[in-house]
Design a protein around this ligand. Structure first.
Ligand SMILES: [Fe+2]
Ligand SMILES: [Fe+2]
Length: 470
């Protein structure tokens, strides 16, 4: 099962050649994917050799094969974690019963919607990031951007494999639609809000990979528990790639704040902006923006959809096996809700609170990353702390979207929010300033003024390695 047939058109460990009909269908989708990649993938870098990691098998030594490759020649493949014989449903009404190898008819639509929604985020982020290659702060960062991009392309393959294999004709149509929607397009937008926001510069790219890719980690983790075994196995393998995306974001911002502190100490007025750096209050505003947009991706605080997906055994909790109880009948979750315009802390039936349960795990994980940024600031001897805003701040989805809060979680009226918005979220001037710093640095081993070099290079290589051949 672990062996991958890389001599096939589509590298895979799912014995694609054993199912000629499926193989033909996916081989027919492949050119459409390549067309989409060339049209909507990284602008201006398609013919360059990039030092990329390619998965060639799911074994520990096989999924990270490094070499220079042109992106359109990247070997996008289909990889599922090996099947565990005798696996049973780990949660929900069917707890303890054998998992499914096919989609049960009654859950077909629910499952398809989950897969399409996840699948849509993958090409969306490639589209959002397509112009960033023009302004990368170094070859190291440029390469990391493209690594994230090709892997999001592979994640799209993973979801399209499921659609083609288990959802018949509707699945094939959905796979075509995944290549037809466009991030930010007025007529054919991507499904979720955060995936239609422009990622127009590298500060937003790092925040996106820190916060929005981390939402991906939690959604994939919940689906990795699924009783639909092929979905679980696909998501488990995707998580190995996702870890790198979050590394790019977290370490990217860490390098930004490090540089910011260094420049603060150099400038007589302590202002890093005058020396080509990004000041920490502006970093905080971008964190507020991308964190709040990413919190929205978990869906409504009290949700019957979440309850249904859990009951059906389709979407579980983060690391379900850490819990003792897996049916969640009669248990509750204590959380804040909005009642008659007031914040009330109360018990919600656990199944209906599962979006909030997953969001709570996500928030803890974000906080661990922010703590590491703050440690860097402290180590530089600077007195500043980056804080995650209240989860109620600047929400567009769920119960908090109808009222306004400060980053400290104080309820305020819409007028006050509008007046103070620029203190908390990036303004047009902030955007203009950040963009003014975005000049490409493509000399080996050199870095832009606003970011510190990384602690180490990729795959044990030095920082001045030729990660992208110009
Ligand atoms: Fe992804
Ligand atoms: Fe990702």
């Amino acid at each position: 099962m672990g062996n991958v047939l890389t001599d096939e058109k589509i590298p895979n460990n799912v014995n694609l050649s054993g199912d000629k009909r499926l193989q033909r269908a996916l081989e027919a989708w492949q050119p459409a994917f390549i067309d989409w990649w060339k049209q909507m993938g990284p602008l201006g870098w398609q013919e360059r050799d990039i030092y990329l990691r390619t998965a060639v098998s799911v074994e520990t030594d096989g999924w990270a094969h490094f070499d220079h490759v042109k992106m359109p020649d990247y070997r996008w493949g289909i990889f599922l974690e090996p099947k565990q014989e005798g696996r049973t449903h780990g949660f929900g009404d069917l707890y303890g019963q054998p998992v499914w190898d096919e989609v049960p008819g009654e859950f077909r639509n629910l499952m398809k919607r989950l897969i399409v929604t996840q699948g849509d985020t993958e090409p969306a982020s490639v589209e959002q990031q397509r112009d960033l290659g023009a302004t990368a702060p170094s070859l190291y960062d440029l390469r990391n951007l493209f690594q994230v991009n090709v892997e999001e392309g592979r994640h799209l393959w993973a979801m399209v494999y499921l659609l083609h294999t288990y959802f018949g004709r509707d699945g094939r149509e959905e796979a075509e639609e995944l290549l037809a929607r466009r991030s930010g397009d007025a007529d054919k937008p991507r499904i979720l809000g955060a995936f239609n926001e422009p990622t127009s510069h590298w500060l937003s790219f790092f925040m996106f990979t820190m916060f929005t890719d981390r939402d991906g980690k939690y959604q994939l983790s919940a689906l990795a528990e699924s009783g639909f075994d092929p979905l679980a196995r696909t998501c488990r393998f995707m998580l190995t790639e996702e870890a790198h995306h979050m590394f790019v974001g977290e370490s990217g911002i860490q390098r930004v704040v490090k540089r910011s502190c260094e420049l603060m100490k150099q400038d007589p007025n302590g202002d890093p902006r005058t020396l080509g750096g990004i000041d920490l209050p502006t970093v905080q505003k971008y964190a507020n923006l991308w964190y709040s947009l990413s919190l929205d991706l978990f869906g409504g605080e009290v949700s019957s959809n979440a309850a249904d997906a859990f009951a059906a055994g389709i979407k579980g909790r983060y690391k379900e096996d850490r819990y003792d109880e897996h049916k969640l009948v009669g248990s509750h979750f204590a959380m804040d809700v909005l009642e008659a315009g007031k914040v009330v802390h109360k018990d919600i039936p656990m199944r209906n609170a599962l979006n909030e349960v997953l969001r709570t795990e996500y928030i803890k994980d974000c906080q661990r990353g922010v703590d590491r940024w703050n440690k860097t600031i402290k180590d530089e001897g600077v007195d500043f702390e980056i804080k995650l805003p209240s989860p109620k701040f600047h929400r567009q989805i769920g119960m908090w979207s109808t009222v306004q809060f400060t980053p400290d979680g104080q309820m305020i009226d819409a007028e006050t929010f509008a007046k103070r918005r620029g203190e908390w979220l990036p303004t047009a001037e902030d955007e203009t300033f950040i963009k003014s710093l975005m000049h490409p640095v493509y000399e080996r081993g050199k870095f832009a003024s606003w970011i510190a070099p990384p602690g180490k290079g990729i795959n044990g290589l030095p920082g001045d390695f030729e990660y992208v051949r110009l």
